[in-house]
Write a protein that binds this ligand. Structure first.
Ligand code: CP3
Length: 344
């Protein structure tokens, strides 16, 4: 039954006449209704941990636009928090965490199966969504990839070049590997609970994969995502996995096979034409409109949207942005993008 859903069909490898659509950060600050619910919740983390309100913001873009998929409203940094790191968000700046750079700090983390104590409200959100979404809408759960999550745990914040994580990797490999392993194991448990609660697809975000050079890209981006994918598929056969090694460039080629993912999400650093020739040949791709078009709109938005749809029309494709929509985007441009994809 659920196999009729367009997102699931594309993930199964079907080429559809019109690609299904959703958008990274589709519940977010560009929407006035999101801002109102977030104000009601108090702050961002309170919103994440309030199942009713987190479900409400997840529903908002579905109601407004009729996207083909809803993505759980939560954050990749809830895993470090559930493992015992302090986490807070500084308005206008971003996340802050207590740092982990020593073996003693790794040892002080909670055991992986303790994460559910913190994350059980997230599973509640998934249950509410699973019951309340329109029957044609696919529910996507997600987590951060170990490398990306580790970059925040090690630095205690976002960094332009992930310098502190690279430094720990170079200077104290056992501690770095211990952080990676802990996050990898916790992520399998977290995604598995999301699936039990009703997530039909899971996506792994490796937002900082692009800064891994040489053999590190394989070892610390592809391999941990491969391990998570294999374990999820062993526990939940048939659940599709989308992987997003952002910034991979020409290393997107071969990513489906290296990760074992059903779909590879591509950013805007490669062209749709190149992706059609080198990535889509191995399976479904998702992407890759520049988020800035949601700010600027107009004829360029229309022509770039059409270009991507055309370039990827000979294989399985889920239309999406190359990265998350930004707070300064105009909600009308989102409608224009959807009308262009659906209306030709
Ligand atoms: O895509 C979705 O709509 C689902 C929900 C979602 C959020 N974050 C909500 C959010 C998802 C999938 C994420 C993933 C996430 N979080 C990533 C990976 C994807 C990416 O963007 O590269 C990363 C690196 C994070 C960590 C994070 N969360 C940062 C760096 C920030 C601050 C930056 C910012 O945009 O303010 C957040 C906050 C955050 N996560 C917001 C949302 C809607 C904005 C919070 C607010 O309302 O103030």
């Amino acid at each position: 039954m659920s196999k009729d859903k367009t997102i699931l069909r594309a993930l199964a490898g079907e080429t559809l006449p019109t690609p299904p659509i959703w958008m990274m950060r589709q519940a977010g600050r560009y929407l006035p209704e999101y801002k109102a619910t977030r104000a009601q919740a108090g702050d961002f983390l309170s919103l994440c941990y309030n199942p009713e309100l987190a479900a409400e913001v997840t529903f908002q873009p579905i109601r407004r636009y009729g996207f083909d998929a809803a993505i759980l409203f939560a954050d990749i940094l809830l895993i470090p928090q559930a493992l015992g790191a302090d986490l807070w968000f500084v308005t206008g700046e971003g996340p802050r965490l207590s740092t982990i750079t020593t073996q003693a700090e790794v040892d002080a983390l909670k055991p992986v199966d303790a994460i559910h104590d913190t994350l059980s409200p997230i599973y509640e959100t998934v249950k509410i969504l699973s019951k309340g979404l329109p029957e044609e809408t696919t529910l996507i759960g997600f987590a951060g990839a170990p490398w990306t999550v580790a970059t925040y745990m090690i630095a205690g914040q976002g960094t332009p070049d992930q310098g502190p994580a690279h430094a720990l990797k170079a200077e104290n490999r056992p501690v770095f590997d211990a952080v990676m392993d802990r996050v990898t194991e916790a992520t399998v448990l977290y995604l598995s609970e999301q699936i039990k609660a009703g997530a039909e697809v899971v996506k792994i975000f490796d937002s900082w994969a692009g800064s891994l050079q040489g053999a590190d890209f394989e070892q610390y981006s592809l391999k941990p995502m491969q391990r998570i994918t294999a374990e999820i598929k062993a526990l939940h056969p048939g659940v599709p996995v989308i992987a997003f090694p952002r910034g991979a460039g020409e290393r997107y080629k071969g990513a489906h096979a290296a990760i074992g993912a059903d779909c590879i999400a591509i950013d805007d650093g490669i062209t749709a034409e190149w992706a059609a020739a080198h990535v889509q040949t191995a399976g479904c791709v998702q992407g890759n409109l520049k988020s800035s078009h949601m700010v600027t709109g107009g004829d360029t938005l229309v022509s770039e949207t059409r270009r991507i749809v055309d370039a990827l029309s000979n294989g399985p494709h889920i239309f999406n942005l190359g990265h998350g929509i930004t707070p300064d985007a105009d909600p009308e441009n989102v409608q224009l993008m959807i009308d262009t994809v659906r209306g030709g």
